[in-house]
Write a protein that binds this ligand. Structure first.
Ligand SMILES: [Zn+2]
Length: 407
């Protein structure tokens, strides 16, 4: 496909024990934090967007003059700039840093996975060697990945490092496209060949009822104790318990679904097509539905798991703009009208189909359109006719309505 190669990024967080004295490391972390603060303070007063080049000109020599290394300096001004950016866009106050934490570029450390050690290059040519306190199994996974960055922290008297690993996915050329439409009560999945033939249609129920029940309980409790629920331990605990249940239900579901989807994609040699949630607009029917009933977080969680499981299996995931996918005719592009419960009809070409299946067909179409210039043959969708099998359309509701509960 176009652009960058798809990659998977994962972090390994582990405790780290300095060999010998930790004085220099602590000194470094303080120096680093104070340097970030200094840059934040100065940028805060400048009312313009700063390019990396400009940041470099403004701060590089000052930071290096404090004994920091070249790449330390770069990490510091870029990090400070991003802090200011996000504080400004949230309408927040000037960031004040308290915690001791430093982001370190690959040029400033040596990672030895065989011996589970890490050597950090600090200020003024000091070095510190750290022993990684974790199991060999956790580390083994990352052999062959590239490590490009780490974050070292001092927290409650202990040092922690998060090592960031990256692996390029070499996707096999897909033979089919798997389009996935997320709804608050179901997830609909369609597998189509590159020339538009439907080979698999599946629908999974979501546990939205269970989640809603807990949500309603929380709201009920909060209404009964509108002012005090935060302060009465028993009440707060009850709310936390329901919140915990919601988290567990949604993670468990998302993991299972991600796994199922990825296994199916392997079987059908599919590229997985998801809706780009960042493109969901306020006026979109779907986003309204979600904000009210469940929240986009549930969507994102499912996508995260699909993405993750696909990455583990070297499968490619592509996101397309979901705009219009649930309202336009997949055959002729006209606006569809309500026909029956969950069934839509096109007035122009008489296409009739299940609402969610239509969404997957449109996602498929968008994918083909977007990628037809780069390897995938440019085909026009031969949308299943209402009376055709196995389209999941009218007269064939059994297949489309079949549900596989994954909870
Ligand atoms: Zn039509």
């Amino acid at each position: 496909m176009r652009g960058e190669e798809p990659t998977v990024i994962e972090a390994l967080k582990t405790r780290a024990l300095p060999e010998g004295s930790c004085d220099y490391l602590l000194e470094f972390l303080r120096l680093y934090r104070d340097a970030v603060q200094l840059v934040v303070d100065r940028i805060w007063g400048i009312n313009e967007k700063l390019s990396w080049k400009k940041l470099h000109r403004l701060f590089y020599s000052d930071l290096v003059g404090r004994g920091l290394r070249a790449h330390h300096a770069k990490e510091i001004y870029i990090y400070a700039n991003s802090l200011v950016d996000s504080a400004r866009s949230n309408g927040g106050r000037k960031p004040v840093l308290r915690r001791l934490s430093a982001r370190v570029d690959k040029y400033d450390y040596r990672l030895d996975l065989d011996n589970m050690t890490l050597t950090l290059k600090l200020h003024s040519d000091h070095e510190v060697k750290l022993k990684l306190v974790t199991s060999r199994d956790r580390v083994e996974k990352f052999r062959g990945w590239s490590n490009y960055e780490l974050v070292v922290k001092y927290e409650d008297g202990e040092f922690w490092v998060s090592l960031y690993f990256r692996r390029v996915i070499k996707p096999v050329k897909p033979r089919t496209v798997m389009a996935i439409d997320l709804n608050f009560d179901n997830v609909t999945l369609a597998v189509l060949t590159l020339d538009g033939r439907l080979v698999k249609l599946k629908r999974f129920k979501t546990p939205y009822r269970k989640i809603l029940t807990h949500k309603i309980w929380i709201e009920r409790i909060q209404r009964r104790y509108p002012r005090s629920w935060r302060f009465i331990k028993g009440v707060r605990k009850a709310i936390e318990r329901h919140g915990e249940r919601i988290r567990n239900i949604s993670w468990e579901y998302s993991h299972k679904l991600g796994d199922l989807v990825a296994e199916l994609a392997i079987r059908y040699h599919s590229v997985i097509v998801l809706e780009d949630l960042d493109e969901l607009r306020e006026n979109n029917k779907k986003s309204k539905e979600f904000n009210k009933k469940l929240g986009l977080w549930f969507y994102r969680r499912i996508q995260f798991c699909v993405d993750y499981e696909a990455g583990e299996r070297d499968l490619e995931v592509v996101k397309v703009n979901p705009r219009g996918t649930s309202s336009k005719c997949p055959r002729c592009g006209r606006k569809l009208v309500e026909y029956e419960h969950r069934v839509l009809k096109c007035k122009k070409c008489d296409f009739i189909g299940d609402r969610d299946v239509i969404a997957t067909l449109n996602l498929y179409k968008k994918f083909i359109k977007k990628h037809s210039r780069c390897g995938v043959p440019g085909v026009t969708l031969n949308a299943p006719k209402p009376d055709e099998n196995p389209s999941g359309m009218q007269g064939n509701k059994n297949e489309a309505m079949k549900t596989n509960q994954t909870t």
